[in-house]
Design a protein around this ligand. Structure first.
Ligand SMILES: [Ca+2]
Ligand SMILES: [Ca+2]
Ligand SMILES: [Ca+2]
Ligand SMILES: [Ca+2]
Length: 381
């Protein structure tokens, strides 16, 4: 058989197929980082390294998770596209806003058909003491009666957003705060024994602070407490209604009724009060009340009017700030003067014995009057 020898050259062009996806150098496909809150520089960043640079340069990018849960912190992290250096962004982290971030980092190779590898970076944020123990509210104002015993006044409250906070309340030392104590844990402020005496001091203003119990970088907040010792009780008339009857001829300036009130406050000026007449109609034209005693008098002759009933509204007001008060009515009935009238019928006859001694009474003539003195005269015909 004829042998034919020949040769051919077969050139096999091996196309470089990009069949290796960049893989991150991590234990099980993820990174876990722990970073304190606040702003950190690149020096505190971590480098994410790829293990398979086969297809040339890699380009890194963040593809997920780079906003916080309510989008108040966008781009919390950044990555250097060429070095893969992963770091906290300019905004920094805030433990109180978001405690854990889940970031997806991608690496894209430079193959003809680029392949992308991804990795999940879990960033746990560490709490630091960056919040003051702030009072809410920052002003407390209470009004209390005076008291000689220990009296709870008000509970102040501060909030510290830090997880490590241990809020402790303290009074800022001053003349005013010296009459009070505070429970460091609860914020309850109480008066000391014999502290709340209006005559000594009707109003206290003092400050309260908190500390957050941190050894380093201790932060504090301040509130103001105002304590007013106040008028608690109104004066009260001893009756809702006072009734009195007087004669038209009642002399001016003579006492005909005295109204009274009491005030159960334990000290002046809150238990001191004054009387006034504030109504009704024309009645105050004829009557007046003594501001201190409640004595009522006629101030203008009742003969100028023909009223038979007058109603006054009396008012009692204490010296508190603000004052408290009460009212009562005084009903005054006026007896108008009537001519005296004999009740014995005219033309009545009387039999008289002839032997009566001189100056012996014979009969009595009854007369109705309005209470005024009556004089009798014999008219001889
Ligand atoms: Ca914070
Ligand atoms: Ca914090
Ligand atoms: Ca704090
Ligand atoms: Ca009072």
């Amino acid at each position: 058989p004829e042998r034919n020898n020949g040769s051919t050259t077969v050139t096999i062009n091996v196309l470089d197929v990009n069949d290796n996806t960049p893989r991150f150098l991590s234990n099980n496909g993820r990174y876990v980082e722990t970073v304190p809150e606040g702003i950190y520089t690149v020096a505190s960043s971590r480098l994410i390294t790829n293990v398979n640079p086969e297809n040339g340069l890699l380009t890194y990018s963040i593809t997920g998770g780079n906003t916080d849960s309510d989008f108040s912190i966008n781009n919390a992290f950044r990555i250097n596209p060429t070095s893969g250096e992963f770091s906290v962004g300019n905004v920094g982290l805030d433990y109180e806003t978001q405690k854990v971030h889940y970031i997806t980092v991608a690496a894209i190779d430079s193959g003809p058909t680029p392949r992308t590898g991804t990795v999940l970076v879990t960033v746990n944020v560490l709490d630091i003491n960056d919040n003051n123990p702030n009072f809410n509210p920052v002003n407390y104002e209470v009004s209390i009666p005076e008291s000689s015993s220990i009296t709870p006044i008000v509970t102040v409250s501060a909030k510290d957003m830090d997880e490590t906070a241990n809020v402790v309340y303290k009074l800022v030392a001053s003349t005013d705060s010296n009459d009070f104590t505070i429970d460091g844990a609860s914020g309850l402020i109480s008066s000391k024994v014999n502290a709340l005496d209006f005559e000594t001091k009707p109003r206290y203003v003092f400050r309260v602070t908190t500390t957050d119990g941190e050894n380093k970088n201790e932060l504090s907040g301040t509130a103001t407490v105002t304590v007013n010792i106040l008028n608690l009780r109104a004066p009260v008339f001893t009756s809702r209604n006072f009734d009195v009857t007087i004669n038209e001829t009642q002399d001016l300036g003579i006492v005909f009724i005295k109204v009274t009130a009491t005030d159960d406050d334990t000290s002046g000026p809150f238990n001191q009060f004054e009387y006034y007449i504030v109504g009704d109609g024309i009645a105050p034209n004829y009557f007046e009340i003594d501001i201190n005693t409640g004595i009522v008098r006629v101030r203008s002759s009742l003969s100028a009017d023909d009223g038979e009933e007058y109603t006054l509204t009396a008012r009692v007001i204490d010296n508190g700030k603000p004052p408290k008060e009460d009212t009562a009515t005084i009903d005054i009935t006026v007896n108008r003067v009537q001519p005296p009238r004999f009740t014995t019928p005219p033309g009545s006859e009387v039999n008289v014995r002839e032997d009566l001694d001189p100056n012996t009474g014979i009969f009595t003539l009854p007369v109705t009057t309005t209470g005024n003195p009556v004089s009798f005269f014999l008219l001889l015909f």
